[in-house]
Ligand binder design. Sequence first.
Ligand code: FSX
Ligand code: SF4
Ligand code: F3S
Length: 387
Amino acid sequence: MEITDLRALREASEVQALENRLGISRRDFLGLCAALATTMGLPAGAEAAIVKAVAAKQRPSVIWLHFQECTGCTESLLRAEHPTLEKLILDIISLDYHETLFAAAGHQAEAARKAAMKQHKGQYVLVVEGAIPTKDGGIYCKVGGQTAVNMLKECAKDAAAVIAIGSCASWGGMPATGPNPTGSSSVAEVLGKTVVTIPGCPPNPYNFLATVVHFLTFGKLPEVDQLGRPKFAYSRLIHENCERRPHFDAGRFALEFGDSGHRAGWCLYKLGCKGPETYANCPTIGFGDAGEGNWPVGCGHPCIGCTEKGVGFTKPIHALAELKSVTPPLGFPGVHESKGNRFDFTSAAALAAIAGAAAAGTAKLAQNLGKGTPVETGSHKDSGASS
Ligand code: FSX
Ligand code: SF4
Ligand code: F3S
C-alpha cells in the first residue's frame, strides 16, 4: 500500500481484511492507530505508517521468557475481560515461545524455542518477564535444566531487540527486595547492556503494545530514557497528572484510610503516595476496561512507585515521597507565559498535555474496541464517512 490518507487507507483491502482478522471495525482500528501515534509523540502522518505496518501482517517472531515473577505481566496483557487487546497483540506478533501460553511442554517446548531462534536468527524480539537469580551459579531458577542466566544469554545473543517487561525484569522488582537472597538481577545487569524496559508491577499493556507497534512500523524500538524506559510513557511524574493534584496544592490530605478526606477523594501524599517521585503515565492512560479513574490512586490507594527503581518494593509504603517537582499539572495553563518566542507556546508541558489527553483517548478507545453497536459500525461502513 502506498496510500497515506487515512480515509483512503480505510478502503484498502488489507485494512478491510482486518475486520475479519481482529473482529473490530476499520474505524476503530484506524482510530487506535492514530491515538497510538499521538501517544508515542510521533509526527503527523505516522498513523498511516502504523496502519500499513499492522495491516501488512509482517509479524515479528517473539520469544518470551519467564523467570522470577508472578506472571502478572502476561495476565495483564492477555486478561480475558479484554479480548480485543489480546487479539491485537497476538495478531501483530508471532509468539513462537511463551511458557505460560504454550500448549507444548518439556522437550517439545524447548525444541520450538530453538527452532524459532534458528529460523529467525538476528530478527526475533526477545521479551523477558521476571528477574534473574545470579547467586550460587544461578541455581534458583531453572527451565528445562538450564539456569535463567544461561537461557537469557543464549536467547539474547541473536535477538534483534530485547524488551524487559515488568519491574522484575527491568530492575529486579519484588524478587530483588532486600535482603535479596537469590541475587535477583535485571536483564540489563545480566546482559551488561541497556535494554528497553517497560516497568510496572504489572506494566500497562498499552505501553507494551505501543512499543511493539513502534518496532513493527519503524524497525526499531522507541526512544528511551537513561533507564531504558520509553520516553513516551515514562517522562512525566505521576504527580503531574494526578486527578487529586488540586487537593495536594490546596493542602487537603487523607490522613487515614477511610477518614473523611479519604472518602472525599483528597490527596494521598500523607498516606505514603509515591506519585511525586515516580515516573509513569498511569493517570493519563489508566488500566483495564473498568472505566474512568481505574489506576491505583484513582481507586483510593497510594501509588507505591512500582515503576521506579529505588522506590517500589524498596521504600516503606507509608514513607513520605520525595517531592521531585512542584510544577503545576500539565492541564494547567502556564502562570507566566512569555511572549515573542514561538517555542514558548508549544512548550513541552503543553505538548505533553495534548499527548496525555490522547493517551487517555487511546485507553478509552481501546476499552471500547469491538463494543460499538452494529448500527454504528454498519452505517459508518456504508456512508464512507471520515474517521
Ligand atoms: Fe508479576 Fe511480571 Fe510484577 Fe514482576 O509483572 S506483576 S511480579 S513486575 O514480572 O509478573
Ligand atoms: Fe496524586 Fe499522590 Fe500526588 Fe497526591 S501525592 S496528587 S495522590 S500523585
Ligand atoms: Fe504502579 Fe504507582 Fe502506577 S503503584 S501502577 S506506578 S500508580
